[in-house]
Ligand binder design. Structure first.
Ligand code: KG4
Ligand code: ZN
Length: 337
């Protein structure tokens, strides 16, 4: 079954043709990074306009690269939530139009479910159940994937997401947008133990995360250094932030895995490209005897191949939409619309 998938939840306009959930025939991503860079972050209104400008060309390119036409497509899939509402609406309406014109089904896909599905493409033998650490710009959760369309949130952040923590601390250090990507690069040259940073915990929810205190601690360090006219090492501070965030994530992940007795662990979301996070998980899974599944770098950030993958399993489960499909800024992963 060939699915044409569309993703426009944030600052990437993407389209892909994916067969049977695992075979990627094309994967086109038009990034808006250069447009948003001067503002230091994504400007929602500008993102929506950029999606409108690019979506038609991106979808055409995805069909072209897959060597198919609209009539060869069996169903159309689209990210409908969560994300920037104006951005999501561009993809949702475009997919509705295609589905209506071609007379083929429309499959609504949850953004976090699709991030998890990136592992089905990169690791063809992976099947649920498994435990996933989802780390993106807007989400940080540990999710038990009981089945392809059955999810349980085991742990979550109470404030900032991991990617947001990287982006905001990077911004405070004068590192350009997208902060997490550059911070990862700069951290390679620093000493991770140079600065001691807090490991905040949530009273009564030991597996959950809280990153806002860590972010504030970094900003305070920078303010204090500026006030006293002291130099600080950007490399060392970046390395210390990266080390602390990764340490917090991995401790909770392995504690969850231990408590649940699961042996398969996957990583998903934009932050899964982080070099230290990947290395720590590889090393620790080897040491503790867990099977680890990592998305290839090209499927870590927002893309439509992962949407096409998850869409196949949603289709098999009968999760279809019609022309009343709406976009939602927030939506729990276990909701069925
Ligand atoms: O999943 P994603 O592409 O978009 C959302 O759904 O949010 O994730 C984007 C997030 C941003 O916060 C970005 O800074 C972060 O992923 N990111 C990274 C790296 N690459 C992307 N964070 C740390 N290290 C990286 N290598
Ligand atoms: Zn994402």
């Amino acid at each position: 079954m060939k699915i044409l998938a569309i993703e426009s939840s944030c600052d990437e306009t993407a389209a892909a043709v994916v067969e049977d959930g695992r075979i990627v025939h094309s994967n086109v991503v038009a990034s808006q990074i250069e447009t948003h860079k001067i503002y230091g972050g994504v400007v929602p209104e500008i993102a929506s306009r950029c999606h409108i400008e690019s979506i038609s060309g991106v979808v055409n390119q995805a069909l072209c690269e897959a060597n198919v036409s609209v009539s060869d497509i069996d169903a159309f899939a689209v990210t409908y939530a969560p994300g920037l509402i104006g951005a999501l609406l561009v993809g949702v309406n475009f997919a509705k139009g295609l589905s209506f014109a071609a007379g083929k089904p429309l499959i609504p896909v949850h953004h976090i479910r699709s991030h998890i599905a990136s592992n089905y493409i990169s690791c063809p033998t992976l099947e649920p159940p498994f435990l996933t650490l989802v780390v993106s710009g807007g989400h940080t959760q540990i999710v038990m994937v009981k089945d392809y369309t059955d999810f349980e949130i085991i742990a979550k952040t109470h404030d900032d997401a991991a990617g947001e923590t990287f982006d905001k601390t990077a911004r405070a250090m004068g590192i350009p947008y997208p902060g997490g990507v550059h911070l990862d690069e700069i951290a390679q040259k620093g000493d991770p133990l140079a600065y001691e940073l807090p490991h905040p915990h949530i009273e009564g929810s030991p597996l959950d995360f809280s990153f806002s205190g860590l972010k504030t601690a970094v900003i305070n360090k920078l303010h204090n250094a500026a006030q006293k006219g002291e130099e600080y090492s950007r490399e060392d501070l970046a390395a210390s932030v990266r080390f602390t965030v990764v340490d917090i994530l991995q401790k909770s992940l392995f504690e969850c895995a231990n408590q649940l007795g699961v042996k398969k662990i996957a990583l998903a979301g934009g932050v899964s490209a982080n070099r230290l996070l990947r290395k720590v998980l590889i090393d620790k899974c080897k040491e503790l005897g867990y099977e680890l599944y990592l998305p290839e770098k090209k499927y870590c950030g927002d893309n439509a191949a992962m949407v096409g993958s998850q869409a196949y399993f949603e289709y098999l489960n009968g999760n279809l939409a019609d022309d009343t499909l709406n976009a939602y800024a927030t939506m729990p992963i276990n909701t069925i619309i």
